[in-house]
Design a protein. Structure first.
Length: 71
């Protein structure tokens, strides 16, 4: 990955509020801003739980179907 590509990706992350950057001498330091990721995780929790339930039902259904085919 080129230096230019890395710089572009870091710029996008900073614009999204996922990182903060500051100059320290001649170096630019970047730091993760975890709060937006935590907010996203909090928002996804109910959807994740719903998908877990759906997948568990599918797993049970497939096991029952395989069991019925064996008999």
């Amino acid at each position: 990955m080129s230096r230019q590509a890395v710089t572009k990706h870091l710029s996008v992350l900073e614009q999204a509020g996922l990182i903060k950057s500051q100059w320290l001498g001649r170096e630019r330091m970047h730091q993760l801003t975890a709060e937006p990721l935590q907010q996203l995780d909090d928002w996804l929790v109910p959807y994740s739980a719903a998908w877990d339930r759906r997948l568990a039902r599918l797993r049970r259904h497939l096991k029952e179907d395989m069991h019925d085919q064996d008999h």
